[in-house]
Design a binder for this molecule. Structure first.
Ligand code: MRU
Length: 364
């Protein structure tokens, strides 16, 4: 995607040295476009844990490149296992992390130590390229939903609600939930996006609004609590969100607050779609509420807000009383029964074991 006329991905190998890894530091958006350089396993693990990079597919790609950096220091089998364990421990909910590390270590475990570094970089690059291709395909399948609403309501924009940032910043490029919006926009369909601010870290307000603005797509940031009201008043045609882990039965773990949006959508009859690449499907589990580990993050993220003051300085302020406790579960699980359907790179399906098995035979 483009920022001010220049194409970017969220992660790439530095073309100057051919090995260090460049990322957009998302903790600094939307105020500053800062490019960070990762040179070690520790730096890659920190980038994931501290959310310089975030979003399930991008976490997976960063873990793959983190393993490359680790192998440069020590390509031995024991060291590779320790590096994979370090990366796997950075964030628990998005299954793309485990998926990418399993893919890398399975491949690299079978080759001579001397060949590992070069092969690791090739595989990490393949993971990144495949992510883009999957997202573009999801964009095509999801855009059909937007186009259908546009046909039924000529003369006005299609109103899509989204939560968190499941945009290109959450992936290597294109995004999951936003890919259909980009495809529809490119096809000349008028789209307006309701952007949930997504407390506590405000990925919607900071990141989704930033990337939609740069793409020239009409959008309005709303408080997280506003979505149900807008749905009751016919102002949301469909909701499209991303996912951090989807069970083989179609339960969806996504950013905290997704479940409440799905409940409101069910009550008001608004279609609630989840864009999910196959790398986000956890085929090993069936019950999302019982089995998906939910990350608990620092209470400081709830107790504070960060923004730009009138003097231009970016400042963090405390918004709850000193002495009050805060809790910060970072994800929730939306049961499959509340999901209208899944948008995958292979097409759309019901959020169910049969639906997913139909698109991915033999995986369940
Ligand atoms: O905590 P984050 O910002 O990594 O959470 C991201 C989300 O929940 C996204 O909605 C999800 O990863 C979908 S990604 C395209």
């Amino acid at each position: 995607m483009q920022i001010d006329g220049r194409p970017y991905r969220t992660i790439w190998v530095d073309p100057e040295d051919g090995w260090s890894v460049r990322i957009i530091d998302q903790t600094q958006l939307p105020w500053t476009l800062a490019i960070a350089r990762l040179t070690t396993l520790a730096e890659a693990a920190h980038a994931i844990r501290a959310m310089l990079v975030r979003g399930a597919p991008l976490i997976g790609a960063t873990a793959a490149y983190g393993l490359c950096l680790a192998l440069r220091a020590d390509p031995g089998t024991d060291a590779m296992g320790r590096a994979a364990a370090t990366l796997a421990a950075t964030r628990p909910t998005a299954v793309n992390l485990r998926w990418a590390l399993d893919r890398m270590t399975a491949l690299l475990g079978d080759v001579a130590v001397s060949e590992r570094v070069a092969l690791a970089y090739r595989e990490a690059a393949a993971i990144a390229e495949e992510d883009i291709a999957r997202n573009q395909a999801m964009g095509r399948h999801g855009a059909e939903l937007i186009a259908a609403v546009a046909r039924d309501h000529p003369g006005r924009a299609v109103n899509v609600l989204t939560h968190c940032n499941a945009g290109w910043l959450a992936t290597v490029d294109w995004g999951t939930a936003t890919a259909p919006i980009y495809v529809a926009h490119a096809a000349g369909i008028a789209v307006h996006v309701w952007v949930d601010e997504t407390r506590p870290r405000n990925q919607g307000a900071s990141l989704t609004a930033f990337e939609l603005g740069k793409a020239g797509i009409a959008h309005t940031v709303i408080a997280d609590n506003a979505g149900g009201h807008l749905m009751q008043h016919g102002q949301v045609d469909l909701a499209i969100v991303g996912a951090d882990r989807v069970t083989r039965t179609g339960d969806v773990a996504n950013k905290i607050g997704t479940y409440l949006k799905a409940l409101a959508a069910k009550d008001t009859g608004v279609p609630f779609w989840v864009a999910v690449p196959s790398s986000t499907i956890d085929w090993t589990i069936a019950d999302g509420i019982a089995s998906i580990p939910i990350e608990e993050r620092s209470e400081a993220e709830v107790a504070t807000l960060t923004g730009r003051g009138p003097d231009g300085a970016v400042t963090t302020i405390r918004v709850i009383p000193e002495g009050s406790a805060a809790a910060n579960p970072a994800f929730d699980v939306t049961p499959a029964r509340l999901v209208s359907g899944l948008i995958t790179e292979r097409g759309r399906c019901a959020a169910s074991e049969a639906g997913l098995a139909g698109l991915f035979p033999g995986r369940g």
